[in-house]
Design a protein around this ligand. Structure first.
Ligand SMILES: [Zn+2]
Length: 482
């Protein structure tokens, strides 16, 4: 019997070595032996097995009992567990049985260091809020260490809630990029330029120079997409908007702006450019390009949305911030009917007051129902799409992120599906948008790297972040007294 075993093993070895010489001829025949199947398996870095995979691919495929294999930060295989298992040799495996696996959420608009101003002043008139609290607090407190501490706090909160990519506009954006890279999070990070002195740059020209240096430094980074962010059409002159656009074109960097946010913006533009509304005005000077990312877009009619579509502008809807600041309701159902690239964002924590994309999805789906009187205005699936693949289109990154598909970067959340607030589940999008909460996110993977495992942050020090945030609170209160 033993002799027979040796003989068989010898025979298999011979077959295997022969196969390596004549692999193409032998390929089909070899598939029938377990030895050759192993030799043909692709080594992968990470395998997520079991669970329901919500791919958000073009066919909106949902795979029960699925698996995802990750190699070199990219998705190498996705499919049924049994099919993927046959094809891979994983270095590490995460069991996701009973969970939901979704593309990492995309927060399309925020000002991440402003987490340190969370709740500093609420329920005030916009002008009072800005001039009595936000602007003085920023002038007295925003330094590079402040920006770093606020960014770490925001990043920790975003990872906890399954956000894997965010688009930012603030000052000292080089420090934001540094902290974001260290935390392993993906960011489209825009250095804000504005026509008055700000904490990092005292003139517009200095801001522009900073932005150019910043973009050149971070371009080609696997996680950071550096951008230039002229603040808004009412805070940046036409000439300066075009200088920012030229820099964006020259360096192929995104051009991020607040656009058509407030009725006061319409009044301001109409006074200076009679007969024109904000979108018409920025288009008339040639500001809108296929690299532009416009936050808010509340004051927009069908013709103006047509202009944004024609120019290939990405749009980010911020339902909770718009509600809190009573800024109005963006025409999102119309944007969706026109198939515009519209994503979702939280805006800064001073006007929200959290960076929770689950709340934004839930709010987006409900706000447009009550505003239009139409229960179908924005469906759960559409809201989820805005936080994933449509949000990726808004940031002009849909070839890389936004869905779970072979070849895309591995930005993936593993989410509990059996919490008391989630069961029973009849429809996956209904469960995700209307009943799942940020603390149901268990594990987060960005660019193939696990940044949170079973709710434990792996790239950030939670206790240090809390300590810093509370120390800044005391400083900020003191600064507003003086
Ligand atoms: Zn904003």
């Amino acid at each position: 019997m033993d002799k027979l075993k040796y003989f068989l093993a010898f025979f298999v070895l011979i077959t295997l070595s022969f196969s390596s010489l004549a692999q193409s001829v032998q390929a089909n025949a070899l598939r029938s032996t377990s030895y050759s199947t192993i030799s043909k398996r692709t080594p992968v870095d990470l395998l997520i097995v079991g669970g329901t995979v919500v791919t958000m691919n073009a066919g909106r495929e949902v795979i029960e009992d699925g698996a995802i294999a990750i190699k070199g930060g990219k998705i190498e295989f996705v499919g049924k567990r049994t099919d993927v298992l046959r094809q891979v040799l994983p270095k590490r495996t995460i069991n996701a049985a009973g969970k939901v696996i979704i593309p990492g959420l995309i927060n399309g608009h925020t000002h991440v260091p402003m987490t340190l101003f969370r709740g500093i002043a609420d329920d005030l008139d916009l002008q009072e809020w800005l001039t009595k609290y936000i602007f003085p607090a920023e002038a007295k407190n925003v330094t590079e260490p402040f920006v770093r501490a606020g960014t770490r706090l925001g990043l920790a909160e975003m990872i906890r809630g399954g956000t894997t990519t965010y688009c930012d506009m603030y000052y000292f954006e080089d420090a934001v990029a540094d902290e974001t890279k260290k935390a392993g999070v993906r960011g489209v990070l825009g250095e804000t330029v504005i026509d008055f002195p700000v904490p990092d740059n005292k003139t517009y020209q200095a801001g522009l120079e900073y932005a150019e240096k910043f973009i050149k430094k971070w371009q080609n980074d696997p996680l950071i997409v550096p951008a230039i962010a002229p603040h808004a059409p009412y805070t940046v002159s036409g000439e300066h908007l075009l200088e920012a656009r030229d820099l964006s074109n020259r360096l192929h960097a995104p051009l991020v702006i607040h656009l058509a946010e407030a009725t006061s913006e319409i009044d301001f533009i109409q006074q200076k450019h009679p007969g024109m509304r904000p979108i018409e005005y920025v288009d008339s000077i040639g500001f809108l390009t296929s690299r532009t990312i416009a936050a808010h877009v509340i004051q927009a009619n069908e013709r103006e949305l047509g202009i944004l579509k024609l120019r290939g502008v990405g749009i980010v809807h911020n339902p909770q911030s718009n509600m809190k600041l009573a800024a109005g309701v963006a025409p999102v159902p119309l944007m969706l009917r026109m198939d515009l690239p519209v994503g979702l964002g939280t805006d800064g924590a001073a006007s929200n007051n959290d960076l929770n994309m689950w709340e934004e999805m839930d709010t987006a789906a409900k706000l447009h129902k009550v505003f239009s009187g139409d229960q179908k205005a924005v469906t759960a699936e559409q809201a989820f799409e805005m936080a994933t693949i449509r949000g990726a289109r808004a940031l002009h990154l849909d070839s890389l992120i936004g869905s779970i598909e072979v070849g895309k970067r591995a930005d993936i959340d593993i989410v509990d599906a059996d919490d008391l607030n989630q069961i029973p589940s009849y429809n996956i999008f209904s469960t995700l948008v209307y009943s799942t909460k940020a603390n149901d996110v268990r594990t987060v993977i960005i660019n193939g790297r696990v940044v949170m495992l079973d709710r434990r942050l792996l790239t950030l020090n939670e206790n240090a972040i809390k300590k810093d945030a509370n120390a800044y609170r005391t400083k900020i209160i003191d600064s507003l007294r003086n």
